[in-house]
Design a protein around this ligand. Sequence first.
Ligand code: AKB
Length: 321
Amino acid sequence: MRDLNLITMASKILIIGSSGQIGTELVLKLRQIYGNDHIIASDIRVGNYEVMKSGPFEILDATKKEDVLKVIKKHNVNQVYLMVAMLSAIAEKIPKKAWELNMSTLFLALDLAKERIINRVFWPSSIAVFGPSSPKTNTPQHTIMNPTTVYGISKLAGENWCEYYHNKFGVDVRSVRYPGIISYKTIPGGGTTDYAVQIFHEAIKNKSYTSFLNADTTLPMMYMDDAIDATIQLMESNNISKYESYNIAAMSFSPKVLSRAIQKYIPNFIIKYEDDTRQEIANTWPQSVDDKQACKDWGWNSKVSLDQLVRSMLNGLNYKV
Ligand code: AKB
């Protein structure tokens, strides 16, 4: 557990969207650091067993300001991690709903900070802010950005709004651009990088997986532990030079490279390829991003390699290696 100073500083933290892939593990890690009662989990649906039994949980619709306010007042919350979003692939199917959800929840959190009801917000952006005209490799933090998906457009607009609220109203809102996040506790839903989680479940169960991205589609990826560390490190940092979304990087791989890394432990695993509309999305995203600003400003450094990721995934899913 961290020292008392930090606990007082961040006395109560609300995670909105705590039943999702990242929200689940964020709650568990924050509870380890700050103590169970300091971390309020909330979502529109109940979360996994560990989240539900280890501390406070509220059913919460993140689009309803009155309800969010009630929870904030009830628990005396002063920081919010807003982990609600409709991801890239699903958002293409219901674009207006996705835009509405992604933007209205962000405005709600920004306004709470503007009104000084809370004093710090974390809001996740994504590599989806980049587009076909952005440099493909080592994509800089500042470059041409022309996202082609509703999700990417909402994330880029969100980044601009965060900066605007910071510059105009002094809102302390912090953000990283997540790559594809790989984890075993909760499955992701509706993203373009989801194959990199599904593949482990299928490799263990059926020894075979049909990838919806083609063999050589290389994308930036990260193991969940690194993503959680980056998020908390940024939120705790006193060294932020830029109130804008930071690129963070760990590794890049394609379905072919990942399948070979899995075959090291499951030699009879086979992968087939049948790409679908998610391929078009992936084609517009970077293969790797340059994260030197995050390294310099708040000491970001990834710790988990591809082989460690594969071992942790297999062990976590009870396939002991
Ligand atoms: C998605 O695939 O939509 C997300 C992302 C990269 O933001 N995982």
